[in-house]
Ligand binder design. Structure first.
Ligand SMILES: *Cc1c(COP(=O)(O)O)cnc(C)c1O
Length: 414
C-alpha cells in the first residue's frame, strides 16, 4: 500500500504515474495535432466517448492531460479541463453551462475582466447581479427562481476582501446552485474550494500555479459535489454517453473547449507543469515576504492604509486564518494624500512596475491609473479604491532586499 503523500511529493511524481516513454521524469511536449489509429474502430470509440484517447488536440492532448491531472490532484477534484488563459476558462464555463434567461449572482469584487465578460453575457440574454460577497446574506437576497450559479473569488484583487466562502457553499448546496469559485489568488496550495463545497474551481494558471510569468493558461476543475444529473442545462446526447458525475465537466470540454477553441498550447502546458512543482515552496516564501512588507508598510508614516488579510485589523483576518494555509502573496497599500505615487514607484529598484501577479518577482502597479482607470474616479470612490493605491504582488526575493528597497524609496521622496 502506498502511503498518503504531501502536496509537493504528489506533484513531483504525478507525471510518472502516466509512464512516459523511456521512463522520462517529465511528460514530454506532444506537438502532434492529431493521432492515427491502426483500426478505425479505435478512432470511432474515441469520438463516441467509449474509450479514452486523443483525436484532435483542440480538445486535449497528452501534455495538457498530464497538467489537468496534476490540477485535479491539487484541487482534490474529479476532473479538470485546461484552457489557453484563465479568461478562456471562465468564458467557456459560463458559455457551456448557463442557458438564456438564467440568473447568475456574482461577487462585485470580481477580477475586472471577469466582471467585464459577465457584463457582455448580459447583452446576449443572461441575467447577472453583482453583490458584496463578504456576506452570504447579500447572495441570498439576490437569488431568484431562475438563479443557477453563484460565482465568487477567494481573495479579491486589489482590496483583498475575502468572500463568505463557507456560508455561500452551504447556501448553494441547500438550493442546488452551481458554486463556482475562482481560486487564482489563493491557489490550491493555500486553499482548496472543495472544502467549502464548491462545484467548480477556476484557476488562472498564468499566476501562482505557473508562477514564473512565462506562460498563459487557465483551468476549471469539477470537485464532484454538484448533482449534474438534476441540472436541466445538460445536453441530452451527453446523458446517454457519460457517467452522471462527469456530465458537467464533459459539457465544458465539448461546448467550452472543443467548440470555443481556447486550447492551451502544449509548450505552455509544459512550462506551467514545471512551474507548479515549486508552488508550495514559492508561496511559503512569498507569503512570508508579504507579511513582513505589510507590517513594515502598516507602520510607515507615509502610508495611509494597508490591505492584507494577514494583518489583524483586516476585516476578514479571522476568516483568513480559519480557511487559508497562508494569507496570500497579494496586498495593496494607499499612500497618504499628497505623496507623489509615481515618484515613489519610480524610486523602487528591486520591485518592478508591472501588471501581472503571482510571478516569482515582486511587481507593483498604481491601481487607479491602470487596472481601474476605465471605471472613472466616481466609481472608484464607490468601490473604496483610493487614488494613491498601489497593488503589490509579492515575489520570492530575499526578504531584506525587498524591505531595503522600500526603505530607500521612502527615504528618497521624504
Ligand atoms: C488573472 C486572473 C484571471 C484571468 O487569468 P488570465 O490567465 O490572465 O486570463 C482570472 N481571475 C483572476 C482572479 C485573476 O487574477
Amino acid at each position: 500500500m502506498t502511503q498518503k503523500r504531501g502536496f509537493t511529493t504528489t506533484l513531483l511524481h504525478a507525471d510518472r504515474l502516466r509512464k512516459p516513454e523511456f521512463g522520462a521524469l517529465h511528460q514530454p511536449i506532444h506537438t502532434a495535432v492529431t493521432w492515427g489509429f491502426d483500426d478505425v474502430q479505435g478512432l470511432v470509440n474515441v469520438f463516441q466517448n467509449k474509450e479514452k484517447g486523443f483525436a484532435y488536440s483542440r480538445q486535449g492532448n497528452p501534455t495538457t492531460a498530464a497538467l489537468e491531472n496534476k490540477i485535479t490532484m491539487m484541487e482534490k477534484g474529479i476532473a479538470t479541463v485546461s484552457f489557453s488563459t484563465g479568461m478562456a476558462a471562465i468564458m467557456a464555463t459560463v458559455f457551456a453551462l448557463v442557458k438564456q434567461g438564467s440568473h447568475i449572482v456574482a461577487s462585485s469584487f470580481l477580477f475586472g475582466n471577469s466582471r467585464s465578460v459577465l457584463q457582455t453575457f448580459t447583452e446576449i440574454g443572461l441575467d447577472i447581479d453583482f453583490v458584496d460577497a463578504t456576506d452570504v446574506n447579500n447572495i441570498r437576497a439576490a437569488c431568484k427562481p431562475n438563479t443557477c450559479m453563484v460565482f465568487v473569488e477567494t481573495i479579491a484583487n486589489p482590496a483583498t476582501q475575502i468572500a463568505d466562502l463557507e456560508a455561500i457553499g452551504n447556501f448553494c448546496e441547500e438550493h442546488g446552485l452551481i458554486y463556482m469559485v475562482d481560486n487564482t489568488m489563493t491557489s490550491p496550495y493555500i486553499f482548496q474550494p472543495v472544502n467549502v463545497k464548491a462545484s467548480l474551481v477556476v484557476n488562472s494558471l498564468t499566476k501562482y500555479i505557473g508562477g514564473h510569468g512565462n506562460a498563459l493558461g487557465g483551468a476549471v476543475t469539477d470537485t464532484g459535489l454538484f448533482n449534474w444529473d438534476a441540472y436541466p442545462g445538460i445536453a441530452q446526447i451527453l446523458r446517454q454517453q457519460i457517467k452522471p458525475e462527469l456530465l458537467g465537466i464533459t459539457q465544458i470540454r465539448k461546448r467550452g473547449l472543443r467548440d470555443g477553441g481556447g486550447t492551451l498550447a502544449p509548450e505552455a502546458a509544459h512550462n506551467i507543469s514545471v512551474g507548479a512543482e515549486t508552488l508550495a515552496l514559492r508561496l511559503q516564501h512569498a507569503c512570508g515576504n508579504a507579511q513582513a512588507l505589510a507590517e513594515y508598510l502598516n507602520d510607515h508614516p507615509l502610508v495611509d492604509k494597508v490591505y492584507y488579510p494577514g494583518l489583524p485589523d483586516h476585516p476578514q483576518h479571522e476568516l483568513s486564518k480559519k480557511l487559508f494555509r497562508l494569507h496570500g502573496g497579494l496586498m495593496s497599500f494607499a499612500l497618504k494624500d499628497g505623496v507623489d505615487i509615481f515618484a515613489f514607484l519610480n524610486r523602487l529598484q528591486v520591485v518592478i512596475k508591472s501588471s501581472n501577479l503571482g510571478d516569482t518577482r515582486t511587481l507593483a502597479i498604481p491601481v487607479a491609473q491602470t487596472i481601474f482607470f476605465e471605471l472613472g474616479a466616481e466609481r472608484r470612490a464607490e468601490m473604496g479604491i483610493p487614488e494613491g493605491m498601489i497593488r503589490l504582488s509579492v515575489g520570492i526575493e530575499d526578504r531584506e532586499d525587498l524591505l531595503n528597497d522600500f526603505k530607500q524609496a521612502f527615504d528618497a521622496i521624504s
